[in-house]
Design a protein around this ligand. Sequence first.
Ligand SMILES: [Zn+2]
Length: 376
Amino acid sequence: MKRTHYLKTIPLLAVLFFLSCSKDKQSNESDNQKDGPITLKSGVMVEKKGADYFWEGDIRLTKEQYKNLDLYGQLQSKKPDYVGAEKNAHPVYNVPFQNTAQGRTIPRAFSIYPTAYNLWAMVRIIYGSNLTLAEKQKVRSALLEMQSNTNVRFYNATCEPLVDPTYGFTYPNIEFWSTDGADVSESNLGRTGGVQRINLADFAFNSWDNSVIIHEICHALGLRHEHTRLDRNSFVTVNTSNLTSSGLAQFNIPSTNYYQTGTYDYTSVMGYSSYTSSTSIVHNTSLPMYTKTDGTDIYQGSFLSNSDRSWINYFYIPYMARTDVYAELAPTVYKSDNTIMTPSERLDFQAYLNNGNPTPPNCCTLANDLGKFTCP
Ligand SMILES: [Zn+2]
């Protein structure tokens, strides 16, 4: 068994932070364009809203992603495609998937091409200052729902400095923000560096479930839209005659920077329902955007599906917040088949992550209260 991970962790994280903070915010020569749909040189359609550009409806583009979409029609210019075959090592932690403690089931999902640069360790979150108490509680319930079902862990950084005092970079953070009346929720795709905002519409807060908030968080974790899978035409029929040009752009199939395994998941929280009330997407709101190939309707999942969970459990590790570098795992660790590690499997895995030491030093657990909404 490899024992070098512990020593590699710190320099890798330092490099990640520097790389992520080097990407500046969206601003470019198109800022003087009007808000609305824009067709790029590559033919890809994006939508300008204020200083930001959005793709597939709710995915906010970084400056680099916008440039690549403009020039190449895809998010990244140089990353290799990746379909199906098992990778040799975990993209963030260099943990071999062959490690029996990690389980071997390959998730069925569609996501960004996963690398050390676009996934998260712990996800730092901030409750934005324009959220009401009830909205903060709704976001918290979505975070807790995800934590209880998967390996993702959120760290509440609402009252903490944004900038690293030693190195001067802005920590990667998700800031939850209310659009206060606008009807679209939005997120970046994967970890893009610095503060990346998740804008939430009123219906995200007012819904009986947490599906909209979870959908946008899943984008930030790396998951893409199920209905843009490369094999989707074998599973769904897109009603192109009812889609506007903006609607058609939401059903584009990517040619690079994707990770696809398994088959279509009709129950994914990352798929859309067949119908939308948005007349910018469809000509006739009583007709579907798309259906299953047998003509029946699709309903966006209200909860993470088993394959949504499996993708997160495959690519994320449930770390406890600590002040030292020991990698302490949460009491419940999921394998990628969504079963829970036995206590001995968990300790084996914890030892693996810590150069053979299964026991955390009894010094350094950090309080992490997702219910802390206001700062002293
Ligand atoms: Zn989306």
